[in-house]
Ligand binder design. Structure first.
Ligand code: M6R
Length: 609
């Protein structure tokens, strides 16, 4: 959560920082601000609201000539959403300014200590404490002051500080929250994420955990927390600036829904050569995989739903028992885990605090941990023994779509890999699955186009419904859960998602003639059971909107409205079935005039527990 950006170089940077913040808006948009060093002092502008609207509006004066500065877009953790709590924060003298992402856990102790020495505070944030702490150590060397302050902080955070006396230097520090620098010509960038400066450079250096980085127009200098120099290679990323723009679509979410065929194709393409699964070096040996006692999947939100689908594939194809847990529960339940287990942490951002904590706990208990993530160099890649990357490209819409289908594809790949090393599938079955998975991205592409019009009409009709029930069985349950989450998070419509067979044990009491019931009724060995459940809902007068497999005429006899997805192996149907449900949520939210890319109270990456 929260996005930070800094620039030091040879160009006026007000607009550079603002544009960078706009590209980081997906990380939080409660408030925003920038501080610029000019004429021996620091000027700040801060506003409640987003960088692109309220902050831009607040900058209506003469553009600044400053060539270095820092900026922030906030998702509030400490302190309400008010102007006093907007970043950047300073030390009251106005010389030290800081922007931060994350949480300092010992901030109240530090605050009391600083207050006892005369510091006065004007916000309720932990970040202001960091600014005062740096100021208390400052003796003409910002890098050293940051290093000393860093060694006193507990929690998980990344921050960037600047001092009016050292106008060309920005100093960043990282502890379990992301920070990356951008290398330009006579100019340098620092940010929470690469898109912030993607329009200016694609050459980056990753700041590692426990490091401090001093950024000047000439480049970045890395130190560890003892002050020793650290070498860091410059890498080139292959994302382009269009990735961070809407490319003709009304919203990022719609663009990303339309990019799902590519996300699946990129994720599976070269890993399914020659009729087998080649995952490359995922950091966990085949011998280890073949001897596993159990797989445990931990994740949050949409990533958890991808894990649920993966669970069915792993159990069915490789016959390894799979346990699932949401990461925030797993980490506090003292799970029984040891070196015979493999724990898979699924997190598109690679930054979700609960998922990372669950992964670390599993490693501590001796299990090997595999991360499935979309972000190179993210924390998840460091807190794991191996990594399987999804290749969905950058996702900006807060509601996950293309990263979800890429995660599901990655889970299918991994399940096939387990089946291969354990030799649990008949050759012919295995090859058929590989071939279907290879062809899945084409079906995704066709589906996104074909389903748009009917789902939009459905959304128009049901836009005023006050409640939706989602039902599914087997892996279709994960699709129901994901469809319901999408509708909640972007359209603010109350939903419940239930195992269809469980409905009569409670939720059926909610049904009446006004209730739309969304049923995942794609082909599977449990389709007959789903059809019986559909009949039960209709007997209570509810209106059934079903997702079915092309060519299946039976579902239409049971449901009022049906949207069809292409036929494939039944285990792959969930990856297709979710697409109409993403679009249903999208168009209901659009009908309501809501901001789908930035739903209220949410942020794209949840770096707090
Ligand atoms: O980055 P992660 O995959 O770890 O994120 C997990 C959840 O926060 C995320 O999936 C969230 O539920 C999305 N807003 C869903 O659209």
């Amino acid at each position: 959560m929260c996005g930070i950006v800094g620039y030091t170089g040879n160009r006026p940077c007000q607009e550079i920082l603002l544009a960078g913040l706009e590209r980081l808006e997906y990380r939080g948009y409660d408030s925003a601000g920038i501080s610029l060093i000019a004429n021996g002092g620091v000027d700040s502008v801060r506003a409640v609201g987003s960088p692109s609207k309220q902050l831009r509006a607040a900058m209506n004066g003469e553009p600044s000539i400053a060539v270095s500065g820092i900026g922030h877009t906030r998702w509030a953790t400490h302190g309400r959403v008010t102007e006093e709590n907007c970043h950047p924060h300073d030390d009251n003298s106005g010389r030290v300014h800081v922007v931060m992402n994350g949480i300092v856990e010992n901030w109240t102790d530090l605050k009391q200590r600083l207050q006892a020495r005369g510091a006065t505070f004007s916000s309720q944030t932990d970040t202001e404490v960091v600014a005062h702490l740096i100021a208390s150590f400052y003796d003409g060397d910002l890098v050293e002051a940051v290093r000393l302050a860093y060694n006193e902080l507990r929690g998980h955070y990344a921050f960037v500080a600047m001092h009016a006396d050292e106008p060309e230097t920005l100093v960043g520090a990282r502890h379990e929250c992301p920070l990356v620098t951008g290398v330009g010509d006579g100019e340098s960038f620092i940010a929470s994420a690469i898109p912030a400066f993607l329009g200016d450079t694609r050459r980056i250096q990753l700041v590692e955990d426990g490091e401090i980085v001093a950024v000047t127009p000439e480049g970045a200098r890395f130190l560890d927390s003892s002050g020793a120099a650290v070498e860091r290679e410059v890498r080139e990323v292959d994302w382009d600036v269009e990735t961070a723009e809407k490319g003709g679509y009304d919203t990022f979410m719609l663009k990303e829904i339309h990019e799902q065929a590519d996300a699946v194709a990129e994720t599976v393409a070269d890993r399914l050569a020659h009729g087998t699964v080649e995952l490359g070096d995922i950091g966990i040996a085949d011998d280890h995989l073949s001897g596993l006692r159990r797989v445990v999947i931990v994740a949050c939100g949409t990533s958890y739903h991808a894990g649920l689908i993966g669970r069915y594939a792993i159990e069915s194809w490789s016959r390894i028992p799979v346990e699932m847990d949401v990461a925030s529960e797993f980490r506090y339940r003292d799970p029984v885990i040891d070196e015979r287990d493999l724990v898979i942490g699924i997190t598109q951002s690679g930054e979700t605090a609960d998922t990372l904590a669950a992964m670390r706990l599993a490693r501590k208990k001796g299990a090997k941990v595999l991360a499935i993530t979309n972000i190179m160099g993210s924390q998840a890649t460091r807190d794991s023994d191996g990594v399987l990357f999804t290749r969905a490209g950058l996702e900006i819409g807060v509601a996950a779509t293309k990263t979800f289908v890429a995660q599901v594809a990655a889970m299918y790949l991994f399940a096939l890999k387990l089946a291969a090393v354990r030799d649990t599938l008949e050759r012919e079955h295995f090859e058929r699955l590989v071939s279907e998975l290879r062809g899945l991205s084409h079906k995704v592409g066709e589906l996104v186009e074909s389903v748009d019009v009917p789902v939009r009409a459905m959304a128009k009709h049901w836009r005023e419904a006050g409640f939706f029930l989602y039902l599914g069985r087997h892996a279709g349950l994960a699709v129901a859960l994901e469809g319901a989450l999408k509708l909640k998070e972007i359209a603010y419509v109350p939903t419940d998602a239930y195992a269809a067979g469980e409905m009569k044990h409670g939720p059926i009491a909610l049904l009446d003639e006004r209730t739309p019931v969304v049923c995942v009724a794609t082909d599977s060995p449990v389709l007959d059971k789903v059809l019986s459940n559909i009949s039960e809902t209709r007997a209570r007068g509810a209106h059934v909107l079903a997702v079915a497999t092309e060519g299946n005429t039976e579902v239409a006899e049971h449901a009022e409205e049906v949207v069809y997805v292409p036929s494939t192996d039944w285990m792959f149907q969930p990856l297709l079935a979710v697409i109409p449900l993403q679009l249903l949520a999208y168009y209901i939210a659009s009908e309501k005039g809501l901001n789908v890319d930035q739903p209220r109270n949410l942020a794209k990456t949840v770096t707090v527990e």
